[in-house]
Design a protein around this ligand. Structure first.
Ligand code: NAP
Length: 252
């Protein structure tokens, strides 16, 4: 992706940054001149992702973090600030799909796991990012929801519940800080070609493509482009939205 923005001198943080949409967004921030903090729970894959960025001449650090643990989310933000002095932009991206099936087959443990990462993880990261942004007097945050935050579909109640929750968190937090030069928004990706989708079989993919009107999977870079726009001054009047980036999935 060609850099469109000039984020030179700014600091960006991305969670779930080892691969997929998170890595594409970390790269896009770096290519736009930002210093980037990449967070993920697997140290080895995270180190490989950061090595890609630094080999290309960008400034980036790896911070291992399980976003579902508030103390780790707090330590992540503290490490970002200790290293780069501030935090201007954050993309809270880490998420898991969990098992698919009717709600009657879902387990308490599965429900808790999905909500711990997808909902509590966003809350914990966003809370500590906002504490820092309030101190420094500004910033922009984008949370990762999904088409699953906007519509219901069979066989994925826990995942869609967590992604609907992300939009609730986003709207409330956006209003908490609306007058503080901080904007909080969310993106709602459609079905994107990333490792998360590897478990989707041929029949299910066909069904998804019938709904994703553009007729193809999305690319991780297309979500990154939306995140960077929401973080940019071009979106200065935009707050509390859940922006569909879904090839028309939720239009009909
Ligand atoms: P992905 O390829 O599976 O990447 C997700 C990354 O998040 C992985 O590196 C994963 O690490 C990390 N992660 C998971 N739990 C974590 C935790 N507790 N703490 C820190 N990192 C954690 O997924 P993706 O497709 O890029 O998805 C990124 C986001 O977009 C997710 O929130 C997802 O729900 C959302 N989304 C994706 C799609 C899609 O079609 N791909 C559609 C709508 C929304 P591990 O290897 O340790 O799990």
């Amino acid at each position: 992706m060609q850099p469109i923005y000039d984020f030179t001198g700014k600091v960006a943080l991305v969670t779930g940054a080892s691969r997929g949409i998170g890595l594409a967004t970390a790269k896009a921030f770096a290519e736009s001149g930002a210093s980037v903090v990449l967070a993920d729970r697997d140290e080895a894959t995270l180190a490989a992702a950061v090595a890609q960025l630094t080999a290309a001449g960008h400034t980036a650090i790896a911070v291992p973090c399980d976003v579902a643990v508030e103390a780790q989310a707090q330590a992540l933000v503290e490490r970002a600030v200790a290293t780069f002095g501030r935090l201007d932009m954050a993309y809270n991206n880490a998420g898991i799909l969990g098992p698919w099936g009717p709600v009657t087959d879902e387990t308490e443990a599965g429900f808790d796991d999905v909500h711990a990462v997808n909902l509590k993880g966003i809350w914990a990261c966003m809370k500590h990012e906002l504490i820092q942004m309030e101190k420094q007097g500004g910033g922009a945050i984008v949370n990762c929801s999904s088409l699953g935050g906007l519509v219901g579909l069979p066989n994925r109640a826990a995942y869609h519940s967590s992604k609907h929750g992300v939009l609730g968190l986003t709207k409330c937090a956006a209003l908490d800080v609306a007058t503080k030069n901080i904007r909080v928004n969310a993106v709602c990706p459609g079905t994107i070609d990333t490792p998360m989708g590897d478990g989707i079989d041929e029949a299910m993919l066909k069904e998804i493509m019938r709904e994703q009107s553009i007729g193809r999977l999305g690319r991780a870079e297309e979500i990154a482009a939306a995140v960077l726009w929401l973080c940019s001054d071009g979106a200065s009047l935009v707050l509390g939205v859940g922006l569909p980036v879904d090839g028309g999935f939720t239009v009909h």
